[in-house]
Structures are given as C-alpha cells and as structure tokens.
Ligand binder design. Structure first.
Ligand code: GP9
Ligand code: MN
Length: 640
C-alpha cells in the first residue's frame, strides 16, 4: 500500500516539468502536498526530538497524527490563496517546516515545546548569546526537505498551476474533522483525560502530534485570556477555603529565630543537588558548599518546581509561594496582576527589598515584574562594570558579580531582603581556562562535562562572596537562604548522566535529579541536614516564620519546612510529585525509598492533591483573583 504510494509519487516526480504535470488534477495536487508535508512532519517529530516512543500503538499514533493537521492547514491555505493553490501548498509546507524547526531548537534548549505565551518572551532573545549556537545543527536544513521537493515539483522546469474549486475545498473539512476526532479518541484511549488534566507537553505531543498540539495550545490560550474577564470574587473564595484548610497553625521552635535580620536570598544558577558531596576524579566538586552545609540547615530532599519560565519561575515561586504557569513565564504573561509577594509583606515590617542580577533588566521582563512584586531597587547590568575580560558565557563572571555587589549591598538601608542571582553556571557552561579549578568530566557530552567546571567555579565565587560579606560587616546580622533555581542538565543528557551516576536514568532517577540544594545558613546556629521533602513554594513560609512573620500564610501554597506537622509534598510543574513514600512521574508510581515500581493506586491521593494545588494556583493567576481580596484588604486597612 505504502509502496504503491511511493511509486505513484516517483511517477509524479518523473513527470515534473513535463506537459502532463500540467494536467495534474487538483485532487492529486492536494494528495501530493498532503503526503509530503505529513511524512516530513512525521520524520522530524520522530528523528529530531527524543520523545521516547514505546510500542507499536504510540508509533502508529505518531505516524497518523500529522495527517489531520496537515489537511487542515492545506484546506485553510486553499481558502486564503483563492486562485493560487500552488502557492498555498508551498506556504503550508514552509510554515510547517519553520514551525517544526523552531520547536526542534527550543526542544534542544529546554526539552520542551513552544507555547503561545513563550512568544511573549522576545525580550529574552537578545540575552541568549552563545547558547544559541549550540542548538543549531547543519542537518536541520533537512527539516525543509518536503518544501524543497514541492518547490521542485511545482516550479521545476515548467510551472504547474492547478486550481481546486471552492466546493471541493469545503469538502476537505469534514474529512479533517473525522481525522482529528480519530486522533483525539486514540489519545484518550492511550491517556485518559490527557488534554483536560495533563500538564506534560511531551506527553501531549507524543499523543496528538506537534501540529495538533499547537492548535490545542492556541485554543487553551485564548480560553485563558477570557478567564480574567469572567472571574469574580466567588472564584477567590473557593481558593481561599482550599488554602485555609491546609494552613498550619503550629509553629516550629525556630519561629522568629531570625527576627529583624537582613535576608540574603542567593539564587544559584542551574545548581542541582547531585553535585554536593560528590567527587569527580578524586576531587570535591563543591568544596565550599560541602563545608557550608555542615554549618547550616541543609535540605537534601528539596525540589525545584519551575516550568518554562526557568529562573523567573523560581523567583515567582519563591516570592509568592505559588506555582508558575503550565506554559509560558508568569513574569511575562501576568506581570500586571495583583500579588501578595514577599517584598510587599516585608515592606510593612520595615524592610527594603532589592534584586541584584548583572543581566539586561528586561530579561524575563524583570524590570516590570519587580515593580509588581514590590522590589524597591533592581541592580541590573547597568550597575555593574562589565568588560570583555570579566565576562564569560552569559555575561559578568560570578566572582566579579558578587564582588561588585558588595558596595551596593552596603548602601542598602537595613534590614534588607536582597536577592542575588548568579549567572556563570548557565548552559552552555563556558569558562575561562584560569577558572578550570577541576578537570571537566570525560563523558564526551560537552554540556555535562563542562557543567562540573562551572559548578566548581561557582562554588569558589560563593566562598569569596561570603568572605567579603563578613569583611563588610554584614554577616552577623543576616541570614542566608541559598537555593538552586532549576536543573542544569536536561533530560537530553541521560547517557552522560548515567555514566556519572553509574546507574540507568529511569524516570524515577530523572525526577530525583530535580533536587536542588536548599541551604539556610544562620550565623550562630549549628548545622543540621534535614531530609524533609519540600519544594520552592516552601521557601517563603519557611523564611517568614524564621523572621516571625505570618502575614502571607493564608495565601501560601507552601509550608514551613521546619514545622513538625507539615504536609510533605513537592509538586513539579508537569504534575509529577514526590511525597515521603512515593515519587510519581511519567505516569508511573515509584516507591521513593528504592525506586521500585508501586501500584498506581498508591499514588492516586497524591495525584489528586497535586492536581488540585496546581489548578488553584493557575486559577488565581489566570483570573487575577488576588485583586478581589487584596482590594478588600486595602479598603479594610483604609477604614482603620
Ligand atoms: C537570565 C538568567 C538565566 O537573566 O536569569 O535565565 P534562565 O535561562 O536560567 O532562565
Ligand atoms: Mn536559571
């Protein structure tokens, strides 16, 4: 059947340019274009992105999925280019390939697919620098193979002009509807409630195909836009009830232990937990951090919870104790919302808040979002002396960044809440030869190999910073909260990672790799390693309780990590989660202790809890629901 199709194709190819090609009926043109674009899409989906397709059913779905979307796009193009259907074919083919190419690049960088809100992030493009080069491959030109073939067939030696009558074009759509229904039904069979419940884009693309996914994403986003308009205060009431039920009333013995102290919030770029207390070639990768954790509260079962917004998501989560969004960066998409963020709360307690980050102020829309979050000052790249000599990779080297931050910190009115965001340990992990304080790993995967060198460099930079903080007299009266913002080594590097960890990277291991260090260093306190399961949403309540402040408790999705009776749960943005007993990811329930597969039913309560938490957080952001209660609070405060 397929063989026949190909011989038919090759006959057409041979006829290309000949008189008889001119006679190509409009249905043949449509079929030819459909087959070429469909196969092109299938091959790119299969070979250019690693979706770990398992079994014949998934394979078949991957194969059949692009057919409906291809016919839909061609049908629409035939309506738009009314008398130039050969142009419609070429435009559709080019558009499809271009969209695939952008997705392939995005996937290489973020291990994810583009969503509509990501398109708001053009302000980030300027800052990507050297990272871009590493995601482009010469073979990417083959993603346009279908387009070049069609160009040759239609514009070869003779130009082909074929017109499909309007009624025939309309006839395409019922067929498309049937095909899309088949796609959706097959996906429902494979993954029930995939589109209504799943937050995992890879799973969606695997089940419905890249093009259908984009249509789904468009629909979801237009629905999202309307949610703010139609939201009302009753929506917030149910979210409040949910949060109130989970609120803890008991305080830990450390409640108020850091009252009135300065807060250093140190965001450690791409720092994953597995590098701590580990050696490479007989050398410690993070000697300073290893020492620091001995003198600090160190949470070694702590997970990042970021999504497409990466660093900015971690900032949002930490400052609001809410989750980021399932797609896009809330810093971009909802910078005008009302929130109850940490700087706003601390302002009422006499604090000054500042963020330090030697990148463009517009990156991640920080300049606008920081105003919304209530930061008093933002020391962006303009406050730093950045030269070619003191820069590498994404910009100013961390050592220089920290060093130049000291005089700025000294000027800050105390008590302060100072967030410092490092940058050197960022993909693609570039470094200067003199900063090679440890030999790179030898897996042959450049990103993984160099990661250890930039992590080691960061460790040294941090050591210097802490010494300088002491010299500046800022140490004793401060507490230090250090956390990894998100993973540095994505899923695309499983082979190299299995070599490093000396075990297979199963979905369980991959989930465990999402652990990032959380170190709470309080001068005068003895160190303690805590195995409490937690995530970035817990940082705010933990910090606030150390400061003895409870103002944000009723609107926090996280809990004080020191509290005895805390509800142990770390929810990832894709719906995976970790509890004391289980790790749930890729739709598999694992026993957390040993990574063996457990009965799915054991994870069901956790699935409910994590889905509910994510949904309420999303609803609050999409509906801008905090405006209802914050307005009320302000009115109440005005009356007093
Ligand atoms: C950019 C820095 C890195 O300013 O925060 O961003 P990331 O790519 O890690 O989200
Ligand atoms: Mn980051």
């Amino acid at each position: 059947m397929l063989g026949e199709g190909f011989s038919w194709l090759s006959r057409i190819a041979r006829k290309a340019g000949s008189e008889s090609m001119k006679q190509l009926s409009h249905w043949r043109l449509f079929a030819l274009a459909t087959v070429i674009i469909w196969l092109n899409t299938y091959v790119v989906q299969r070979l250019y992105v690693d979706l770990s397709v398992v079994g014949w059913y998934q394979e078949w779905m991957m194969f059949i999925n692009p057919l409906g979307s291809t016919m839909l796009m061609l049908g629409v193009a035939f309506l738009i280019f009314r008398r130039r259907h050969h142009v419609a074919v070429l435009v559709t083919s080019f558009f499809t390939s271009a969209l695939l190419l952008v997705n392939v690049w995005y996937f290489r960088f973020y291990n994810d697919f583009i969503t509509v809100p990501v398109l708001y992030q053009q302000r980030n493009v300027n800052g990507l620098g050297s990272s871009v080069v590493t995601i482009i491959n010469l073979l990417d030109v083959l993603i346009f193979a279908g387009f070049f073939l069609l160009l040759f067939l239609l514009y070869g030696r003779k130009r082909i002009r074929v017109q499909m009558p309007r009624p025939h074009v309309y006839a395409i759509f019922p067929v498309v509807a049937c095909l899309l229904f088949v796609t959706w039904s097959m996906a429902e069979v494979a993954r029930p409630e995939l589109l209504s419940r799943s937050f995992d884009r890879q799973l969606i693309v695997k089940n419905i195909g890249a093009m259908n996914y984009h249509v789904y994403d468009l629909v979801m986003n237009s629905r999202m836009e309307t949610r703010r308009v139609f939201a009302d205060s009753t929506d917030m009431k149910s979210a409040q009830t949910y949060l109130a039920e989970r609120q803890q009333d008991e305080h830990s013995s450390l409640f108020g232990a850091a009252e009135g102290k300065n807060v250093f919030l140190i965001s450690m770029e791409s720092l994953q937990g597995f590098v701590l207390n580990r050696e490479l070639n007989g050398q410690e990768i993070t000697p300073y951090l290893n020492d620091l954790v001995k003198d600090s509260y160190y949470f070694d079962q702590f997970y990042h919870q970021t999504g497409q917004g990466k660093t900015s998501d971690s900032e949002f989560i930490v400052d609001n104790s809410m989750y980021g969004l399932p797609s896009g960066a809330v810093f971009f998409t909802h910078a005008q919302n009302q929130y109850l963020p940490t700087p706003e709360i601390l302002k009422k307690h006499g604090y000054t808040s500042a963020s330090f980050h030697a990148n463009e102020g517009s990156f991640w829309n920080r300049d606008l979002m920081y105003e919304t979050l209530g930061y008093d000052r933002f020391y962006d790249v303009d406050y730093y002396d950045v030269t070619e000599e003191n820069s590498v990779g994404w910009g100013l080297r961390d050592k220089d960044f920290y060093e130049q931050s000291i005089p700025l910190l000294e000027q800050l009115p105390q008590p302060f809440y100072a967030k410092l965001i490092s940058l050197t340990n960022h993909f693609p992990y570039e470094y200067e030869p003199e900063d090679e304080l440890i030999q790179p790993a030898q897996t042959g995967d450049e990103s993984v190999d160099n990661y250890f060198v930039t992590v080691r460099y960061y460790d040294e930079a941090l050591k210097h910073f802490m010494e300088q903080v002491k010299e500046a007299g800022l140490y004793d009266n401060s507490i230090f909260i250090l956390y990894g913002d998100h993973y540095g080594i994505s899923e695309n590097h499983k082979r190299a990672m299995s070599e490093i960890l000396e075990r297979e990277i199963t979905p369980y291991e991959q989930a465990q790799l999402q652990r990032v260090p959380l170190i709470i260093h309080m001068p005068g306190h003895e160190g303690k390693t805590l195995h409490t399961v937690g995530g970035q949403v817990d940082i705010r309540p933990t910090l606030m309780h150390l400061l003895g402040i409870t103002d944000g408790d009723s609107l926090s999705f996280g809990h004080d990590l020191f509290a005895e009776n805390r509800d142990s749960l770390a929810v990832f943005r894709d719906g995976s989660f970790v509890t004391d007993e289980h790790v749930y990811t890729s739709e598999i329930c694992y026993n957390r202790a040993d990574g063996t597969v457990a009965d799915l039913a054991a994870c069901e309560p956790g699935i409910q809890r994590s889905t509910t938490a994510l949904n309420y957080s999303d609803e609050i952001i999409y509906g801008d629901l905090l405006r209802f209660i914050l307005d009320d609070r302000e009115r109440a405060a005005d009356k007093e």
